[in-house]
Write a protein that binds this ligand. Structure first.
Ligand code: MSP
Length: 500
């Protein structure tokens, strides 16, 4: 048995959760469920990022304290994760004392290691971006709310670790994935790396974790947020727990927060003398047309609307099936409906309806005896028994989309087998053969269903219940002849496009 520690980014509490946020969290949930099913011990961490200027400003607009504002908004995420069947192991809000204490502990340590210094800095400050921008950036005219600012701040000696980081990335090919993101980071690191300003004077922005060695400053929100990956699994508070879980197996992130994770976070870990996460996996964006889904563009898809219309599992399935991990994907209702109708209604749902319909009609609703398998069934049996290993390998390699399609390919094999054998005809001439075919199709369906369970926990549990096969393993032969099939409505009724 091994352990699997997976994290999502912690989401800005201000943001209304959309499909992009839901995607990362479902992905983490799906990976977690596959690992749990394989007997691994899993720690799945997610949460909310609650400090910083944007939260403060939004709270002020509502006439609330930032904490009250965050408390009011946090349930939007928690409720969505509940609706989406997300089984996280811990949920951190960065305003919790257990996190704040460790951020301060980390700051002390980094300082003791000689990696924090103060400096006076004058430059262009972007209020919207919450950071000083370079002269070139200023010249680009792309930044709103820019003002000249001169202030003393605390800096983290990120530059000190530049070469070490380059060497590390080169020596660990699986550290930054996919490959093109690794190359992007190596390209970025060809330029001299600056140091990182990690404080904000309270006089200007006081919504953050106080710097333990200077009461006039709070911690820069990214330095605070990244620490969640170690504060929750026990760094500085529970050595045994920390030793068990760290390093993380994977930080799942979107491609827009690559630098903060691959450069800020990793150099912070170097300073602390801690191991780096085994993998940082950057997925692409869900696009609407050509543009990223975002609140400011007003083009967000609310997962709750989709769930209300088509059910949780259909949404989870679509997101996992449609996006190749690492690349962008386009969200359209057309592609959602197409994917649903073809994979779930026509293929998976149809196999279930046919198998269970025929067993009800011609076999008194009882799973028939397989009898002696012919080479055709032996081949199917072999494919079924090989599938769990294949899915496991793909999941371990973060190829979720391929894992799902490989199960669907097997469902396709079963549908074609039914078509070729026509057990509805056999039932009139050769009952033994009809029995064999239906057992084989039902048993294949059972194994495919178990392998889709991490993606569609609710519907697959229903299918297994219908087959009288709850809690069975994906190994050929566990479907019990004589077991009575439960009658059921169609689990994946076709979506009529006009209605949608
Ligand atoms: N709070 C920071 C993360 C701190 S982690 C220590 C943050 N939050 S966020 O809410 O803005 O974004 C969280 C994640 O959502 C990012 O990984 C981002 O890539 C992802 N997405 C936001 N919009 C997205 C899409 N349209 N598509 C896919 N994911 C996108 O950044």
């Amino acid at each position: 048995m091994s352990k699997f520690f997976v994290s999502t980014p912690i989401f800005y509490v201000n943001d209304a959760p959309h499909i992009g946020h839901a995607y990362t969290t479902i992905l983490a949930d799906v990976l977690s469920r596959y690992h749990r099913a394989n007997g691994d011990e899993v720690f799945f961490l997610t949460g909310l990022d609650e400090h910083g200027q944007k939260v403060k400003q939004a709270a002020e607009k509502r006439g609330l304290s930032p904490q009250a504002h965050a408390d009011d908004l946090a349930p939007r995420f928690l409720n969505l994760w509940k609706t989406l069947d997300i089984q996280y192991d811990d949920f951190i809000r960065t305003t919790e004392p257990r996190h704040k204490k460790i951020v301060q502990f980390v700051l002390q340590q980094v300082k003791e290691n000689g990696d924090i210094y103060t400096d006076e800095y004058e430059g262009w400050y972007s209020v919207a971006e919450e950071r000083f921008i370079t002269d070139t950036e200023y010249g680009s005219g792309q930044f709103r709310d820019v003002k000249k600012l001169k202030e003393k701040n605390y800096f983290f000696k990120m530059s000190k670790y530049q070469q070490k980081l380059i060497d590390y990335i080169q020596a660990h090919p699986d550290f930054i994935r996919p490959e093109h993101r690794k190359n992007e980071m190596l390209g970025f690191l060809r330029q001299p790396l600056g140091d990182l300003c990690i404080s904000r004077p309270k006089a200007r922005m006081d919504w953050g974790i106080e710097i333990p060695f200077d009461h006039d400053y709070v911690t820069y929100v990214w330095f605070d947020a990244l620490v969640n990956y170690i504060s929750v699994p026990g760094y500085g508070s529970d050595d045994k727990k920390f030793k068990k879980w760290w390093p993380a197996d994977v930080h799942l992130i979107g491609k827009d927060i690559l630098t903060t994770h691959c450069v800020y976070w990793t150099t912070m870990l170097f300073s602390l003398g801690l191991e780096l996460p085994k993998t940082i996996f950057a997925h692409g964006w869900w696009l609407i047309g050509e543009t990223k889904m975002s609140k400011s563009l007003g083009n967000v898809v609310n997962p709750l609307d989709l769930i209300a219309d088509y059910g949780v599992d259909a949404v989870r399935f679509y997101l996992m099936r449609e996006m190749v991990l690492g690349l962008d994907a386009n969200f359209t209702l057309e592609s959602f409906i197409k994917c649903y109708n073809s994979d779930l209604a026509n293929d998976f749902g149809n196999l279930l309806n046919r198998v269970s319909g025929l067993i009800q009609k011609n076999h008194n609703g009882q799973i028939p005896e397989p009898g002696t398998l012919t080479t055709v069934e032996e081949d199917i049996k072999q494919q079924a028994n090989a599938l769990p290993g294949r899915v496991k390998d793909l999941i371990n390699d973060y190829k979720v989309q391929e894992a799902v399609t490989s199960v669907l390919a097997f469902v396709d094999v079963l549908n074609k087998y039914m078509e070729a054998q026509a057990p509805w005809k056999l039932a009139k001439t050769d009952m033994k053969a009809a029995n064999r075919v239906l057992y084989t199709a039902a048993e294949g369906l059972r194994i495919a269903t178990i392998l889709l369970a991490p993606v569609m926990p609710e519907k697959t549990a229903e299918v297994l219940d219908i087959l009288g096969a709850a809690n069975t393993k994906p190994v050929w032969g566990q479907l019990i002849p004589g077991a009575v099939l439960r009658a059921h409505p169609a689990l994946f009724p076709r979506i009529e496009v006009e209605k949608a």
